[in-house]
Design a protein around this ligand. Structure first.
Ligand SMILES: *[C@@H]1O[C@H](CO)[C@@H](O)[C@H](O)[C@H]1NC(C)=O
Ligand SMILES: *[C@@H]1O[C@H](CO)[C@@H](O)[C@H](O)[C@H]1NC(C)=O
Length: 449
């Protein structure tokens, strides 16, 4: 590999993801990739999340990926097991935000003790993240854990708010533009946002987002910022990822090739009861095989659903090894909320995506990108913005059976393979750039992209 780091010791990188699994996962993938490229990683999070992360680090990385505890200030309103957004009751969100905002000095201690060569932090972290790095004179890189399409859209709103978003192929409706604008308006008004530090790293590949990467680069450059493309940060299958998954994988083995729809709405997203029911009835109508991962299945499904679908479908509670499932030959479609990690995994493993964005700001944007690049089909909403079983069934049948699905599957596989190859190169370039940014790097190289 031509990306060897020439420094005589491993460069030390401190990473600080936002306290949510959907954010920690791409950070952990980045940690593995940087570790492969000669860096030493210290991943910092709250103890409750670290217990989870620990189980996800393959043994081969235990010397180079270490965990550091971040102790949020004590709060009578927020017990330590809520030092994560996973399963955080909505009424505790303000307490969570306040506690995280007050963690500057705790984090400053971590930074001081470690004195790393480089700091990589989540755009969702409070302003103190960048501030602490600056005050300790540590170069910092922001990591945006959604798509370039989303990041370009945000950058446009921050820096060119009075002009139309020019990338019309994303096909956002006026209503959707307005909704996103409203949702992020507060952040822009606060005058601080995602575009403060000078390098913005994104887990994606030019193969799927070239146009958005270019537009983002253009806007950021005008503001003396740089985009750093990391390649698509997707979990490799040969590393760890054991878990008690064998039953699910065994069951998949009994299904015919391409026949099974995988359904998962990610680690944080819980669809409404109404949406769950429409999906369930849609699956019954469509008659396809399916594997459905549901975080809180109790009472979420229609009466008698499990009995009626019988061997045709499996419902798994909680967590499942998504990458291994997507890579399984029996899986022929992926019904997803279009969180960015899920999109990248679906594409990487060549599985057409059935797009059903739920509530988040970025999911609809990611979903439109999926449609634009020909790797998925969106389930339309009705006039009231709701999902209906007939439409779910129609799209599922299109993708899982028939020519539309077959063509798309071939196409996604091709794109997935290109993404795999280009991501390796992109990561190589990115790790050189990061090495050059490191403050104690002997290379003393020029930062060029
Ligand atoms: C955008 O929407 C229009 C109208 O609904 C449709 O005809 C067109 O194919 C869409 N373009 C993409 C890239 O999805
Ligand atoms: C499954 O899909 C792949 C990709 O399109 C295709 O090459 C393969 O022949 C399909 N298998 C079956 C049994 O249809």
């Amino acid at each position: 590999m031509d990306t060897q780091i020439k420094a005589s010791r491993r460069l030390e990188v401190l990473m600080l993801p936002f306290l949510a699994i959907g954010h920690i996962s791409p950070f952990l993938e980045l940690a593995k990739k940087l570790s492969d490229n000669g860096f030493s990683i210290h991943l910092c999070s709250t103890p409750i999340n670290l217990t989870f992360i620990k189980t996800k680090i393959p043994t081969k990385y235990s010397p180079t990926i270490r965990l550091l505890q971040l102790h949020l200030p004590e709060s009578p309103h927020l017990p330590p097991h809520y030092h994560t957004t996973n399963a955080l009751p909505p009424h505790l969100t303000p307490a969570f935000d306040a506690t995280l905002s007050a963690a500057e000095s705790a984090f400053s201690d971590v930074m001081k003790a470690l004195a790393p060569d480089l700091f990589v932090y989540d755009v969702l972290m409070p302003p103190w993240a960048a501030g602490v790095a600056a005050s300790h004179n540590v170069p910092a890189v922001q990591f945006f854990t959604s798509s370039s399409a989303m990041c370009a859209y945000l950058a446009h709103m921050f820096h060119r708010p009075s002009t139309e978003y020019p990338l019309v192929d994303l096909n956002l409706t006026r209503h959707e533009h307005e909704r996103i604008r409203r949702l992020i308006g507060d952040k822009r008004d606060s005058g601080r946002g995602v575009f403060d530090d000078n390098v913005m790293a994104i887990s994606t590949s030019r193969e799927i987002e070239g146009k958005y990467v270019d537009y983002l680069g253009e806007i950021l450059q005008e503001n003396n910022l740089q985009v750093l493309i990391l390649g698509a940060m997707v979990q490799d299958l040969d590393l760890g990822d054991e878990g008690d998954s064998s039953e699910v994988i065994e069951w998949l083995g009994t299904r015919p090739e391409n026949s099974t729809l995988f359904i998962c709405f990610g680690s944080e997203c819980v669809p409404s009861k109404e949406a769950m029911e429409e999906i369930a009835f849609g699956l019954e109508l469509s008659q396809v095989n399916f594997l459905w991962v549901i975080r809180f299945p109790k009472g979420a499904l229609p009466e008698g659903f499990i009995e009626r679908v019988g061997e045709r479908g499996r419902v798994v509670e909680g967590w499942a090894p998504q990458a291994r499932i997507l890579a399984h030959p029996s899986v022929g479609g992926f019904l997803s909320h279009c969180g960015w990690n899920s999109v990248l995994e679906g594409v990487r493993y060549g599985v057409p995506i059935i797009v059903m964005p739920m509530h988040r700001i970025d999911q609809p944007v990611n979903g439109r990108l999926v449609v634009e690049i020909g790797v998925g089909v969106e389930v339309g909403r009705d006039g009231d913005g709701k999902f209906g079983r007939e439409e779910v069934s129609r799209v599922v049948k299109d993708v899982m059976g028939g020519e539309v699905g077959e063509d798309m599957r071939r196409n996604v596989r091709k794109i997935g393979e290109k993404v795999r190859v280009s991501s390796v190169e992109e990561m190589g370039v990115a790790s050189n750039v990061l090495a050059q940014l490191c403050k104690n790097n002997n290379n003393n190289g020029q930062f060029v992209l």
